[in-house]
Design a protein around this ligand. Structure first.
Ligand SMILES: [Zn+2]
Length: 227
């Protein structure tokens, strides 16, 4: 099929526009950035929730230890009061033994509490770090959302105008078999890298001729390598 090099570029423009319109749901780079950030935010949010839960659990433990401490102190005080009035040696012995047990348990609780306070401090710190990260990503998400909203939509190409420039026989062939760029190695329709002999054959066609892809049959418009 013959077509002047200028019109070959028009055909390529038409083929690219038709291909782009066949995939209208393709994400813009801004939308992709936003989707990536939202996925990242979800992971950070669940890590932040886990960090908060660890703090909550340990705070509950601390409350429980403090409650036990309060009960033991009260028991010790009760024993002490009873001892001032008790004269029976057996009863006094029991009360003294109970005071000793309470004091020994209080000493254990004291260390437990000290340890828990140290640990909760570290856990709160960890939670705050997660919170700060979440705030930071929220700012990024907000910026990305604005960028995605502001990004220009897909450029609408006037394909009718392009078609009007092309001869009817080329259009009819194009509608049957399609057209794509050929960068000297790869057909941009089937994305097959052609063997050396086939490449040479395509490249050696006259400038105003449209070779076809030996693999998929599409009309090939030769472009500079890298295009
Ligand atoms: Zn091909």
């Amino acid at each position: 099929m013959n077509l002047s090099p200028d019109l070959q570029q028009v055909l390529l423009e038409l083929a690219n526009a038709d291909r782009a319109q066949a995939h209208p749901t393709r994400q813009s780079p801004e939308e992709k950035e936003l989707a990536d950030l939202l996925a990242q935010r979800e992971r950070l949010a669940s890590a932040a929730a886990a960090a908060q839960m660890a703090v909550d659990d340990l705070e509950l433990d601390i409350l429980r230890i403090q409650e036990d401490e309060r009960k033991l102190k009260k028991r010790d005080l009760d024993d002490k009061r009873q001892l001032t009035a008790e004269t029976d040696p057996e009863r006094r012995k029991d009360l003294e033994h109970d005071r000793y047990a309470a004091k020994s348990r209080l000493a254990d609780l004291y260390y437990e509490l000290k340890e828990a306070h140290g640990e909760v401090k570290a856990l709160r710190n960890n939670r705050d770090i997660h919170g700060a990260r979440l705030d930071e990503i929220d700012r990024k998400v907000e910026l990305a959302r604005r960028a995605a909203d502001a990004a220009p939509g897909p450029v609408l190409v006037d394909t009718d105008a392009l078609r009007a420039k092309l001869p009817a026989d080329v259009l009819s062939l194009y509608d049957d078999i399609g057209a794509a760029a050929f960068n000297g190695r790869t057909c941009n329709s089937c994305f097959i890298t052609l063997p050396q002999a086939e490449r040479s054959h395509v490249l050696s066609a006259d400038a105003d001729e449209l070779p076809t892809c030996p693999n998929c049959g599409a009309l090939l418009v030769r472009v500079a390598p890298g295009e």
